[in-house]
Design a protein. Structure first.
Length: 128
């Protein structure tokens, strides 16, 4: 029996470390390359990946360059340019006292968990 192809993925990024952020970005980029709709939902410390002042800049930069993998800001911009949706979790944003101005320009919106589930409806949810 053949299974239905995946047409949409929603990827939750909840960690701010490189190993918490890069897998989600790589999966979103790969999804878009395959024509799959992709939304990224940043929550808790995953917000660091899209926060203007907290973005990773130097950690493992040399290794990423050797592997020809863009740094996080460049990678997020690239994924945004493919049409992927970038969303921040309202509860986490409120918990940390952030506002939309604290985040990168590519952020589409700050949404509730319920709104995230509406966007994720009919697709696969991946938690990194």
């Amino acid at each position: 029996m053949g299974s239905e192809p995946i047409e949409k993925v929603s990827i939750i990024i909840s960690k701010g470390s490189l190993d918490g952020v890069y897998p989600g970005l790589i999966m979103a980029n790969g999804a878009r390359a395959e024509g799959i709709e992709a939304n990224l939902f940043f929550t808790f410390f995953g917000l660091d990946a899209i926060h203007k002042q907290r973005m990773e800049t130097h950690m493992m930069e040399k290794k990423m360059t050797e592997l020809d993998i863009p740094d996080i800001p460049e990678f997020i911009e690239l994924i945004s340019d493919t049409g992927a949706g970038l969303y921040a979790c309202l509860a986490s944003v409120d918990m940390f006292g952030f506002t939309k101005d604290d985040f990168i320009d590519q952020l589409d919106d700050i949404i509730t968990v319920g709104e995230f589930y509406e966007k994720a409806a009919g697709g696969q949810i991946i938690f990194t």
